[in-house]
Design a protein around this ligand. Structure first.
Ligand code: IMP
Ligand code: MG
Length: 176
């Protein structure tokens, strides 16, 4: 059986763990004395949210939403719909949207607007990966682990045709 079409490893397991610890420390400092609700976007951000949450030293709650799959295709900007909404209210809470990757920014902008309409006390954005070279709409990123080049990547939650989410590293993959 052949392995994933890995072209190049961008970030190793050690690099990812180290960077997540750094960002988690920054978040814990900023939210010291408060409780934070992390909102993950299924499925890509599950691995990142889990790892990040385990490094936070503040009290944390988690919730998830899912967006319709056609919005996950590159090249379909703006087509976003909520497929699964939050389980619980975020009214009055300090909320952080946790993303796997921000590419054009359309998905994230839509989700931020959706969450802002639910009356949180505060709303921040944290992303594992940021591909600013493809940004079409601006979104305010408070916390970011890595900037990446304009290549399709997979691993640590990110998929290629639903595969490779479970890779411990992040790699550039062939698009075949
Ligand atoms: P945006 O709306 O263009 O920012 O798209 C963001 C979404 O596209 C992400 O949440 C991913 O689901 C998907 N995506 C964008 N680039 C990649 C990639 O390189 N690998 C895997 N998924 C990606
Ligand atoms: Mg995603």
């Amino acid at each position: 059986m052949s392995g994933p079409p890995i072209e190049r490893i961008l970030f190793t397991e050690e690099q990812i763990d180290q960077r997540i610890r750094e960002v988690a420390a920054d978040i814990s400092t900023k939210y010291a004395g408060r409780e934070l609700k992390l909102i993950g976007v299924l499925k890509g951000s599950v691995y990142f949210l889990t790892a990040l949450s385990r490094e936070l030293t503040i009290p944390v709650k988690i919730d998830f939403l899912a967006i319709s799959s056609f919005a996950n295709q590159r090249g379909a900007p703006g087509l976003v719909r909520i497929a699964k909404d939050l389980d619980e209210s975020i009214e009055g809470e300090d909320v952080m949207l946790v993303e796997d990757i921000i590419d054009t920014g359309f998905t994230t902008r839509y989700l931020l607007q959706h969450l802002a309409g639910r009356g949180p006390n505060s709303l921040a954005l944290c992303t594992l990966l940021d591909r600013t070279s493809r940004r079409l709409v601006q979104v305010p990123i408070e916390f970011r682990c890595f900037e990446i080049p304009d290549r399709f990547v997979a691993g640590f939650g990110l998929d290629h045709k639903q595969l490779y989410r479970n890779l411990k590293y992040i790699a550039v993959v062939g698009m075949g």
